[in-house]
Ligand binder design. Sequence first.
Ligand code: FPP
Length: 231
Amino acid sequence: MKKLQKIPYHIAIIMDGNGRWATKRGLPRNYGHKEGINAIERIVLACLNFDIKYCSFFAFSTENWKRSSDEINGIFDLIREYLLKEDNIFLKNQIKVESIGVLEPFPKDLVEALVDLKEKTKNFNKLTVVFALNYGGRDDIVRAVNKFLNENKKDITEKEFLLALDTKDIPEPDIVLRTSGEMRISNFMLYQMAYSELFFPKIYWPDFNEKHLYKILKKYQKRNRRFGGIK
Ligand code: FPP
């Protein structure tokens, strides 16, 4: 793979197509989520390789609670197992782990595993991986507004608003990509993606790999980002 000139600082990923990947193979949906975790591993390592500094994964949305309890518990089991893995790629590769979203409704041991991994990796700076868990863009915005209301703050600026969001320590995404060919944002970082470049590769998430990401990065080189100005 040829060296790229313009590397995005932050890519945010809507991992879609796990269920369809499994159904196509006559497997239960959670097999798709299991393969989805392997894709996360591949893409995290690819980000290190491409020198991308932030990578966010939409792992569980505020709307995903509508799924069957079997599927939800299956996803929790996978996340728990993944976060508790002793030889995890985060510690091995000096990757900082962060999360956005409201963690309270998750099982206590899962939250503890996540908090522990965040603590252990907090001084790493090669790459930051952000897991969006029980995250919704609208919920993020409404919680920020309520913070200001509770503090009796008026006339806030866009900068102050950005700093009240869950992503306060995370730059706005340069790229938002959603796999599986669906062209929707589905309540991901709504405020933060005002000027993100959007990509919708027609590949189910469990099949997504470094080559697919490279193709997107190559297309990104050609995008002329104007941020509302003229260039
Ligand atoms: C979308 O596919 C995928 C999800 C809603 C869940 C993905 C979650 C994981 C892989 C767990 C990873 C989390 C961490 C923190 C390691 P879908 O089920 O909507 O697919 P479909 O549209 O084909 O049904």
